[in-house]
Design a protein around this ligand. Structure first.
Ligand SMILES: [Zn+2]
Length: 149
């Protein structure tokens, strides 16, 4: 899914479950579970080859990624004292994508990275249909907004 969904999901779990031994594995699991839901994301073109890696990279860097920071701030920090938990949750929520970054964009293909990327792409169910691909993500975001403190 988009970073805006993974990041805010991580922030929600981290802010609701104070024990990191429970929350951090849950956040990692949530990433792969969310990727199992057929969705549209910026890397869509990478698999269908209609979009260049470069275009996907810039879309991620200038749109999805900064927006995920903004949403965590809006959902979890506005009007509240600074809390590091949602930010740790945001980071861990995006960690599987950060780990895959050198594989996709820098062509680093070490053994472990390859195995990880294989598992990640196995868990990844995507659809090129923007409406049906964005709807579940909008619903998850709405749910997070309702559950956020
Ligand atoms: Zn992912």
């Amino acid at each position: 899914m988009l970073s805006i969904v993974h990041g805010t999901t991580g922030a929600l779990i981290a802010s609701k479950i104070p024990n990191p031994f429970i929350s951090l594995p849950l956040i990692i699991a949530s990433h792969f579970l969310e990727d199992r839901i057929p969705h549209w994301d910026v890397s869509q073109g990478l698999t269908s080859r209609h979009k260049s890696k470069r275009a996907a990279f810039f879309q991620e860097l200038f749109f999805d990624f900064p927006l995920s920071v903004l949403l965590v701030y809006l959902f979890f920090q506005v009007g509240r004292p600074f809390d590091w938990r949602p930010w740790i949750g945001w980071f861990v929520g995006l960690l599987p994508d950060f780990i895959e970054f050198p594989y996709i964009f820098l062509n680093r293909r070490g053994y472990l990275l390859k195995q990880f990327a294989r598992f990640h792409s196995w868990s990844h169910q995507s659809t090129p249909n923007k409406f049906w691909g964005l709807l579940p993500q909008a619903l998850v975001l709405l749910t997070i907004l309702l559950l956020s403190p």
